[in-house]
Design a protein around this ligand. Structure first.
Ligand code: 0PR
Length: 394
């Protein structure tokens, strides 16, 4: 910082310079985020100062947050259990808006831990949760932060969690299971109904990470059970800042029962409200307004069209890639394609260096990972495959 401030012109010239270094989603096939919808941007602007960390000062923004939680609850088939409405719970579902999948996953596991250790006095040893090998790296943070052992179950040949492996890993210290509804690398959906049976049998929790899939799966032609309709599912992470077309940071964590939220409470003696159950203190009311606006504006029909667009791009990518001699690792379930190419790491570098394509790589096996998002077009796919052919021909 200088002693004397700079002019607006100088600042904006500097900002524009920095902005030009950002990638503008043109030729981006590696991201699970996209341009926010214009209505979300406007709503965000309108609520820019709203702080959901102090609910008593921002009633309006909090009302929007509760409305979003209610809409998400409906989307995810939360049971209507007529819970008396309080700060955190509407009549059908409990939850709050997070900064994204990472926070939601951390809080879901924290809730499990608090409920189990409070419920079973004298719980001995280290609690563990079982996650699929394909789980997002946010669970590494869970393991690191919370004194919880994270056990990784193997995947089957289609990159879904292997149920026998999950069952083998369960012991007396297992407090919960995690299933992924739309895994980061392959877009595959774990058998949530089967995980639910295992969870109910063992009387443990089941968290579903639908950070990416939550705004995709309900709008696919083929139904996949993954939400609160499945009886053993106790919590769900869903991110409006991914396929929900909202602004960053917008995540959400929903619970089947209010006891979960209660287990996360800490008292906030000097605030306008008595307790907080969120991980962060100060929270963006702007994101809540943005998510409210885009969900109301698009409705089910708008999101269905969005998913149809991305799924059409996905099948075009697979069909055309096959013609060019590249096979996908699995038949895509969502708008993620993992493509077998020789030397994927080298191909990735060449695609970026020579043609400006941003792609990523799956860990095991190594393949080109392509996420087909609303910012992509059919023309992009033709151009991409032409460039891929050039890069792999050498
Ligand atoms: N769960 C799943 C299934 C995810 O795919 C992700 C993020 C998370 C949780 C964590 O979400 P937050 O990052 O919102 O906390 N998946 C993307 C990934 O790691 C995130 C991402 C998005 C990365 C856009 C790059 C990018 O350009 O690949």
């Amino acid at each position: 910082m200088n002693e004397k401030g700079l002019s607006e012109k100088e600042i904006f010239s500097y900002l524009e310079d920095a902005k030009s270094e950002d990638t503008n989603y043109h030729r981006v096939l590696s991201s699970m985020c996209t341009h926010p919808h214009k209505i979300a941007i406007e709503a965000n602007r309108l609520f820019i100062e709203a702080n959901l960390g102090d609910l008593g000062l921002f009633f309006g923004a909090h009302r929007l947050e509760k409305e979003v939680v209610r809409m998400l609850g409906k989307l995810l088939h939360a049971p209507s259990t007529d819970i008396p409405s309080g700060d955190s719970c509407e009549s059908s579902v409990c939850g709050y808006l997070t900064t994204g999948g990472t926070e939601s996953n951390i809080q879901a596991v924290r809730g499990m831990k608090n409920l189990v250790t409070a419920g079973k006095k004298g719980f001995e040893g280290i609690p563990n949760v079982i996650i699929p090998e394909s789980a997002h790296f946010s669970f590494d943070k869970v393991a690191d932060m919370m004194g919880i052992e994270v056990r990784r179950a193997a995947l089957d040949s289609e990159f879904r969690v292997d149920l026998a492996s999950v069952e083998e890993l369960i012991n007396q210290n297992t407090i919960g299971l995690v299933g992924i509804a739309g895994n980061t690398e392959f877009g595959q959906i774990d058998p949530i109904d089967k995980l639910s049976e295992i969870a109910l049998e063992n009387e443990i929790f089941l968290h579903v990470d639908a950070a990416f899939g939550g705004f995709v799966i309900p709008f696919l032609e083929k139904p996949h059970p993954f939400d609160f309709e499945v009886p053993g599912v106790t919590s769900i992470a869903i991110d409006p800042h991914k396929m929900g077309l909202s602004t960053i940071p917008s995540g959400a964590l929903l619970f089947r029962s209010p006891s979960f939220l209660d287990s996360l409470k800490v008292s906030t003696p000097y605030l306008t409200t008595k307790a907080q159950f969120t991980l962060t203190g100060t929270r963006s009311g702007a994101s809540a307004a943005a998510t409210y606006a885009v969900m109301k504006y698009l409705g089910y029909e708008g999101y269905r069209k969005n998913v149809q667009h991305c799924m059409q791009l996905t099948s075009k990518m697979v069909t055309e890639a096959r013609k060019a001699g590249f096979e996908p690792l699995i038949e895509p379930v969502m708008n993620v394609v993992a493509l077998k190419v020789p030397n994927p790491d080298l191909v990735r570098i060449q695609l970026l260096k020579r043609f400006g394509w941003n792609v990523s790589i799956t860990r095991t096996p190594r393949a080109l990972r392509l996420v087909l998002m609303p910012h992509n077009s059919p023309e992009d796919i033709d151009a991409f495959l032409e460039d891929l052919k050039k890069v792999t021909a050498e």
